[in-house]
Design a protein around this ligand. Structure first.
Ligand SMILES: Cc1cc2nc3c(=O)[nH]c(=O)nc-3n(C[C@H](O)[C@H](O)[C@H](O)COP(=O)(O)OP(=O)(O)OC[C@H]3O[C@@H](n4cnc5c(N)ncnc54)[C@H](O)[C@@H]3O)c2cc1C
Length: 511
């Protein structure tokens, strides 16, 4: 244990300067403060008064422990940041508190004695992919954005182009190194795995680390081999002559595929996103990445079969490609192209895990909102993204071993919108909120859960790595994200490992 017992209430007196030995402390007078107090989403801090007082840049796990102890002893609220890509204000809005930034915890290596891979929580995904590939030929089935941090991403699930083939990132974790704070306010470093602190271990595999402590790193006894090569293609559709009928057919084709053919193993190496941009963007697309289950492109018939379903709509709608060209490249190159550096901007996101494809009623609502204009703002960066899901993600035994109970979905939805100016916040967020609410107020939703994709034969709730505070208006929001019995389990973990609720945000697990 580190440090001494401390009262947890803030005295109101300005605390002593924080002096963890190696930590760099950035306070308001520091020229770096305006940049470092922010994350990827520029909506926060909403007001200067909401900003953290200081940002502590921790050098390594020991340093993070000392810094966390000092913050807790000083009675400040710690929020933990790895990659800073949180969709909501969970890290940034921390009035008077301290952001513990662990981005320097960027270790990627392998223990020579037992072959275990170690990934620091501050590793950015692209750096992790590159190092794992170059040094060991393996990879993590994680997300597409290269600057997302391992700390938030893996602890909240972690889904990407290889997940249908290999499962979620959190499925591969075999130990989590985490700093918790006991009831006396003492920092307690824990290595949680299937034998020791197995409840905490499970919770950190999908429920997000931010409810339980500060994760310093992940261990993996093994990781999947990186594909040798992948094939990529995209088909675009023009909005010029898009009708409700055509859009419905595209949506139904997409959904039907993942509901049926997409369940078969030879398709698990295929990942596809139907990126339905708003009409003001002019066009939208369906993109595909594919490799055979053996990690090669020796047989592309599965990919062609899929693309051919959509090519007909593209020519019919005057889109740019009749039969698209397929581009093959080594996996690292393909990964580098998709793992771009996301530009910081204002955004709002929602999510749904779908067990079934789209219905005509849903398609009509999607068409309505994607063709609707809103006064005072432009929706040209708004999009309704449907990601292929399922495959290895849906191994049922993983529901028990991890904190991701949603193991039956075939599509993961991400409706989102980006914009520039703070004055547009209200119009943009209102458009998305109304869209989502109407989508889930129809025949597929029981009246008790109207406005949300509550668990039913159609849906499996939402994804905690895409948090949406609008859902807090529903008293069943925890079950939406965490599942019913799983949430009860997480609450016991919370009571045991964070009895003083040191680690909390608007959608963290309540004790
Ligand atoms: C551009 C973009 C692309 C994305 N693409 C994908 C994708 O392809 N697939 C996918 O599954 N998700 C994707 N996401 C969502 C992403 O997985 C989540 O936003 C994730 O939580 C970000 O982690 P982070 O460490 O970068 O963020 P942060 O803002 O640092 O943290 C996010 C949350 O995790 C907590 N946290 C962070 N680090 C730690 C830690 N070390 N210990 C304990 N708690 C911690 C924070 O306190 C916060 O609550 C994307 C997000 C963005 C912005």
């Amino acid at each position: 244990m580190i440090g001494c017992p401390a009262g947890l209430e803030s005295s109101g007196i300005e605390p002593e300067p924080l002096i963890a030995p190696m930590t760099v402390t950035v306070t308001r007078s520091d020229p770096r403060y305006p940049a470092l107090r922010r994350g990827h989403n520029l909506r926060w801090p909403s007001h200067d008064a909401d900003a953290a007082q200081r940002i502590l840049l921790c050098e390594d796990a020991e340093d993070a422990a000392v810094a966390l102890q000092q913050v807790v002893t000083a009675g400040l609220r710690p929020t933990v940041r790895s990659g800073g890509h949180c969709y909501e204000d969970f890290v940034v809005n921390n009035p008077g508190g301290a952001i513990l930034d662990v981005s320097a915890l960027s270790r990627v290596d392998r223990d020579a004695s037992n072959g275990t891979f170690h990934l620091g929580s501050g590793v950015q995904l692209w750096n992790g992919y590159e190092a794992l590939y170059k040094r060991y030929g393996v990879t993590l089935p994680g997300g597409v954005c290269g600057t997302v941090g391992a700390g938030g991403h893996i602890s909240g699930g972690g889904y990407g182009p290889l997940s249908r083939l290999h499962g979620l990132s959190c499925d591969w974790v075999t130990a989590v190194n985490i700093l918790t704070v006991d009831r006396h306010g003492r920092v307690v470093p824990i290595r949680a795995d299937a034998e020791n602190h197995s409840d905490l271990f499970r919770a950190c595999r999908g429920a997000g680390g931010a409810s339980f402590g500060l994760i310093t790193g992940f261990e993996f006894a093994t990781l999947p081999m990186a594909p040798r090569e992948v094939a990529q293609a995209s088909i675009s559709f023009s909005w010029n002559d898009m009708t409700l009928e055509k859009l419905t057919r595209i949506l139904m084709t997409f959904g039907k595929y993942w509901e049926s053919r997409g369940q078969e193993r030879d398709t698990w190496g295929m990942y596809s996103v139907l990126e339905l941009s708003h009409r003001s963007a002019g066009k939208f697309s369906v993109s595909v990445q594919f490799c055979n289950p053996d990690g090669t492109c020796r047989d592309l018939s599965v990919m062609w079969e899929y693309l051919d379903l959509f090519s007909q709509w593209s020519s019919e709608t005057g889109g740019s490609t009749a039969r698209p060209s397929i581009k093959q490249s080594d996996w690292l190159n393909a990964c580098a192209m998709s793992a771009g550096n996301a530009v910081n901007r204002r955004g709002k996101y929602k999510s749904t895990r779908m067990r079934r494809g789209f219905t005509p009623t849903e398609a009509a609502i999607i068409y309505k909102y994607l063709t609707k204009d809103v006064g005072g703002t432009s929706l040209h960066e708004a999009s309704f993204d449907a990601h292929s899901y399922g495959g290895a993600v849906n191994r049922k035994e993983m529901a028990e071993q991890t904190a991701v109970p949603q193991r039956d979905s075939i599509i993961k939805l991400q409706p989102l919108t980006y914009w520039e100016k703070p004055e547009e916040d209200a119009a943009q967020t209102k458009w998305l909120a109304q869209f989502y609410e109407e989508l889930y107020s129809g025949q597929n939703t029981d009246p008790q859960h109207a406005g949300t994709p509550y668990w039913s034969k159609h849906y499996e709730g939402c994804y905690i790595n895409y948090p949406d505070v609008d859902m807090l208006q529903y008293n069943y929001w925890p079950q939406l994200y965490y599942g019913e019995s799983n949430y009860a389990f997480l609450q016991t973990v919370k009571r045991r490992y964070d009895p003083n609720n040191i680690f909390h945000h608007a959608m963290s697990v309540r004790s």
